[in-house]
Structures are given as structure tokens and as C-alpha cells.
Design a binder for this molecule. Sequence first.
Ligand code: NDP
Length: 255
Amino acid sequence: MTVLDRFRLDGKVAVVTGGTRGLGAGFVRALGEAGAAVVLGGRDEEAAAVRLTELTAAGIEAQFVRGDVTVPADVEALLAGALDAFGRVDVLVNNAGTCVHAPALEVTDEDWHGVIDTNLNAVWSCSRIIGGHLVRQGAGTIVNIGSMSGAIVNRPQWQPAYNASKAAVHHLTRSLAAEWAPYGVRVNALAPGYIRTAMSPVEEPRFRRMWVEDAPMQRVGEVEELGGAVVFLASDASSFVTGSVLTADGGYSVF
Ligand code: NDP
């Protein structure tokens, strides 16, 4: 087996929450290109239909299961849909997420709970329900999409709920990695910096100085630049890696 063979995911099935657009769509594509059959979670059926057409054209086996990650019954349905379609699950990517920009005293309770429900409580539900399936089968990998915001405080926009949710995701990653290593399940996190998606309006001039000019690489990232990291963490290429948070931020958080 060559080192590149260890990145292959042939015969594996990967579930990606929020696989309909943004980073999740990129992760689905990368995992599929590495050989996995892919299951996309999400709520947007139109976007999912476009993704399925693209994936099928690329020769990637794919299935969409509509659902809201904050609803545990929908997460059960996501697992059931994946098992119905492909008979197994090997990889879980907890990617679905949301962000609210507002100073702390302007964050409503509804905003706070909305962010924590999607970014943290849903990662917990998916870990318990889909990760639980991996634990019972005695093998699998989980990649939680955290953020550099789990370690730094972003500027100029304030986003206290988001930052707290991602720090918690990083530490939940370590907690589950410790607990599930004896069951053959590895749990890691990927912590991106600013990547061009709907969540990060990187073209807005007001963000340019602090998001781009302050960064070592003087640019934001593109979705495709994270595919290698997620395949690494999902595959045997990272077989001795668990409980890690891999930062992919163009060096942003070194300052
Ligand atoms: P987008 O807003 O572009 O996409 C968010 C995705 O999450 C969509 O596919 C959406 O699917 C899904 N989603 C959101 N809420 C729910 C929900 N309740 N139930 C099901 N799916 C949901 O964001 P990004 O692609 O930028 O972000 C993806 C992840 O990466 C997030 O966890 C984010 O925090 C993280 N991240 C992003 C960074 C960036 O700069 N872009 C930087 C660091 C981390 P649908 O609309 O179909 O429901």
C-alpha cells in the first residue's frame, strides 16, 4: 500500500451534515473523489438537487436526506437514510453551522440559542446518534468542523455565540476521541479560517483590512482548499491521529 492509497475511501460511506452548499458541498465532493459514497444532509432541496446532479456527473454515488440537524428525529432519519441507501456508514462530517454577527449586548436569546443549537447541540446529537452507530460497529471516523474562532476572537465583527460554540466543539472532539478510541472510532476537528462561502462575506470592503491584510498569506481560502484536510482526517492516512484540531487558516491565528 502506498501512502496515497491510505487516503482512499473506496467502499466507505460518508455522511456530511450541511452538504448542500459552502464548505459541506466541497467536503462531499472531496470525499466522493477519494472513493466514498456520500450522503448529504441539509434543508435546501433545490441546492441538494444541483449537488446530486454534479456528483452523479462526476461518477460519485450520492444520496440526499432532507432534515434539520437541530431536530434529533431528523438526525435519526439521516442515519436511517444512509443505511437504506448504502448499507453502512464509516465517516461522519459534522459540518452544518450558522453564525450571528452582533456585539454581545445586542445578541438576543433567540440568536444565542439558535447558534448553540446548530453549532454545538446538533454536533452532540449527530455524535450520539450517527457516532453511536460507528461505536457499535467498532470502526469509523468523525470530523467536526470547528473554526479558528474556537481559539481566537475575530475582528472587526463580534460573534460571541459562534466563538463559544466552536471552542466547545473543539473540546467535545477531544472528549469523544478519548472515550471512543477503544472502540476504533477516531474523532478530530478541522478549524478553518476565512473561507469564501455565504457565511463569510469576504468581498465586503469593511472586512478587508482585518480579514485579509492582517493575515500572513494576505488572502482568504477557497472551499476546494479544505478537501485534502477532510479526506486526511476521514481516512487511514490519519490512522494515529485522534483528538486533534487541525487548523487551516492560511496562518491567520499565528498573530
Ligand atoms: P454556509 O452558510 O455556506 O453553509 C451552511 C451549511 O449548513 C448549509 O449547507 C446548510 O444547509 C447547513 N445548515 C445550517 N443550519 C442547518 C440546520 N439547522 N440543519 C441542517 N443543515 C443546516 O456556511 P459554510 O459552508 O461557510 O460553513 C460550514 C461550516 O464551516 C460551519 O460549521 C461553519 O461554522 C464552519 N466554518 C466556516 C468558515 C468560513 O469562513 N466559511 C470558517 C470556519 C468554520 P441547508 O441550507 O440546506 O439547511
